[in-house]
Design a protein. Structure first.
Length: 660
């Protein structure tokens, strides 16, 4: 009998402590349209509503550390704190001069030395884990769940990299979007971020991550409940070997059973959702910027965005010259002359200028020092291509050497991973490049996650299936993709898509070509991409010969800047068409493109300053662009803020304007 009372007390107090854990917290956006509900029970979950619509059904979150410590299971809330923030910050190499950062915040502090921070903006919501442990920790796994109340349609970029099918985490992050229901997600496959969910009432959501540092990138797979997705991460690499294309990758032969060993006191990446009531809103979103760390570079005066004359896509194919074109000094002098004449800021020397596995050893046909001096005299900067593997052998020595020679930056290729080791390498490269005042273009790269704000010397990222792929892929629907990525991939950050084809083809006439590559869609479509696609370091993919034959188009491209002071998303529909206007100083730039469907669009010029007249230089699809995709019409007209003009976009067509 004397043992019954202690047992009863233990049972009572354990039930009492369990009931104490059952708590709900509500956090609304500043405009009160979005509501986040956080529930702390045996697990921690959140759900998101927008008006009457459930955007995210209750979805669990947790983090598993070594010794099987699960942050998020049977936790006790010590306290909570709410805060409202309304600030802004400057964005010097972006699509606008500054970003407003207005949100409501909830921080839940838990007993086991960790917190979860939630932020709700007018355009979405995000959360992240924060640990406060004195010793280093090992993160074994993180649970990120995305549940939905209905079987919605998705636009999902699946991972399908045949170079290493046994390891799906080795990827170039170049995939077209597949339009499938949640329940139709491919079995035993992964998808990377960002991706889109299509709701009713025109609402859509894009799922992102931000501030990825010392941590692997997030993938998703179908969850067992068939109502959504759950997270997957690449484990930390223990052993690597050379492999992949031209032996330029590091393939992973052994992985650890953990994600990362890291500091015990730190913040972790943001898990973010952008919500839109109409598609056009997505093309002018700042969520990743708002969730990223400020610049770590104090003096940014040396960072110069601009356009780049590029050699690789056009296969060094210049002609009507008296020397043999190729990877040699004379060819690059020709590119430099072209860049100088057309006020193109840079020329990139792509693969072949050096020994690919040792970029301290030059191709004897390329006199690099002579080219640097030649370019400097003509106010053109030189950027060098390198594989990540070759650069990683001696980052400090390579950067120091080429900075002293006068090189302006590096295009770093074949990264093809986003495990924690590679993410740390990307940060290390950015930091060393900043030390030597070198620009960076990360090619063969996972999607950007905000490091471009932290290290603004990073001006571009690939992580997109750009024009370089298109010259070989007749079955790819490129205009459809072009009209999709501004609403999804571009939310993550700038895109090294490399537009600018001067040979253009209709859907029926397109054929692959290595040395005389052709774009799918019209000339005006290509010109419009220079305004639509964000790229502070923007390539001009075609050859100088092709551009000089099409000087009218070249002059137009050369006048379009690569960063802007203001952006307006005029209209658009995911996968169908998009129209964007951007301002730099007192000049506006407008681009519109369509998929393979011809359509009429109306341009409302009410974004212009009232009471002033503007001169608009306009490139539109010619009357015969449906058969001859090179056909365009150039005109100069006067417009003002009351003007409305209707244009017919041909199949795969476009519209481009400079308004001053």
């Amino acid at each position: 009998m004397k043992n019954i009372l202690p047992f009863f007390l233990v049972l009572f107090f354990s039930n009492f402590s369990f009931s104490q854990k059952k708590q709900d917290f509500i956090l609304k956006s500043p405009d009160e349209k979005i509501e986040v509900k956080v529930s702390v029970n045996d697990k921690i979950s959140w759900s998101i509503s927008h008006g009457k619509d459930l955007i995210l059904a209750p979805s669990a979150m947790s983090m598993t550390l070594d010794e099987n410590i699960v942050l998020g299971k049977n936790q006790i809330v010590l306290n909570s704190k709410k805060e409202s923030v309304n600030t802004s910050f400057e964005t010097p190499f972006y699509k606008k001069k500054s970003v407003q950062n207005k949100y409501n915040q909830l921080v839940l502090n838990f007993k086991n030395d960790f917190s979860i921070e939630y932020r709700v903006f007018n355009d979405g919501a995000a959360y992240r884990f924060i640990t406060k442990k004195k010793k280093d920790i090992t993160v074994k796994n993180e649970e990120v769940v995305l549940n939905f109340d209905q079987d919605y349609s998705t636009l999902m970029p699946y991972v399908r990299d045949l170079r290493n099918p046994k390891d799906p985490y080795i990827s170039s992050f170049e995939s077209h979007y597949e339009n499938k229901k949640i329940s139709e997600f491919g079995k035993d496959t992964l998808a990377f971020l960002p991706f889109l969910i299509d709701y009713k009432n025109h609402k859509k959501a894009v799922f992102l991550e931000a501030n990825l540092e010392d941590y692997p990138g997030l993938f998703v797979t179908h969850n067992n409940a068939k109502s959504g997705f759950e997270s997957r991460f690449s484990k930390y690499p223990l052993k690597e070997t050379n492999g992949g294309f031209n032996n330029l990758n590091k393939l992973i032969t052994e992985r650890a059973d953990y994600l990362v060993k890291t500091k015990g006191t730190r913040t972790f990446p943001w898990r973010a959702i952008v919500i839109s009531e109409n598609d056009a809103e997505l093309t002018n979103n700042d969520m990743v910027q708002k969730l990223s760390e400020p610049s770590k570079i104090k003096d940014i005066s040396w960072i110069k965005p601009g356009k780049v004359a590029w050699d690789w896509w056009n296969d060094w194919n210049i002609y009507n010259i008296d020397f043999k074109a190729g990877i040699n000094t004379q060819t690059y002098q020709y590119y430099i002359d072209f860049a100088s004449k057309n006020k193109v800021e840079y020329v990139v020397l792509d693969e072949g200028w050096s020994v690919e596995t040792d970029i301290m050893k030059h191709n004897p046909n390329v006199d690099l020092e002579a080219l640097i001096a030649y370019a400097k005299e003509r106010n053109v900067g030189i950027i060098l291509w390198s594989s990540w593997m070759a650069l990683n052998e001696n980052i400090e020595g390579i950067f120091e050497n080429y900075a002293k020679l006068g090189i302006k930056g590096f295009k770093v290729d074949f990264i093809d991973r986003d495990d924690a080791k590679m993410v740390n390498s990307v940060y290390a490269i950015a930091q060393k490049a900043a030390k030597y005042k070198l620009l960076l273009d990360f090619h063969g790269m996972y999607k950007p996650t905000g490091i471009q704000r932290t290290f603004p010397n990073i001006l571009n990222f690939e992580g997109v299936k750009g024009l370089e792929n298109n010259k070989w892929t007749p079955n790819d629907d490129v205009p459809l993709y072009d009209c999709t990525i501004p609403f999804i991939r571009m939310l993550a950050g700038p895109m090294d898509y490399t537009p600018g084809a001067m040979r253009n083809a209709t859907k029926s006439e397109f054929k692959p070509s290595h040395s005389n590559p052709v774009s799918q869609g019209t000339r005006s479509h290509q010109l419009a991409l220079y305004t639509i696609f964000e790229a502070p370091l923007q390539m001009m993919a075609d050859s100088p010969t092709a551009y000089m034959k099409e000087q009218e188009s070249t002059d137009f491209i050369a006048k379009i800047p690569t960063t802007f002071d203001e952006t307006f998303s005029l209209n658009g529909e995911v996968g169908k068409f998009v129209t964007i206007a951007r301002r730099n100083a007192n000049t506006w730039y407008l681009g519109a493109i369509t998929n393979w469907d011809s359509r009429e669009i109306t341009i409302d010029f009410s974004f212009l300053e009232k009471g002033k007249k503007f001169e608009a230089e306009i490139f539109s699809d010619g009357l015969n662009a449906d058969k001859a995709a090179n056909d365009y019409k150039r005109e100069i007209i006067t417009v003002d803020s009351t003007t409305k003009l209707t244009y017919r976009l041909a199949s795969g067509g476009g519209l481009a304007m400079i308004i001053k």
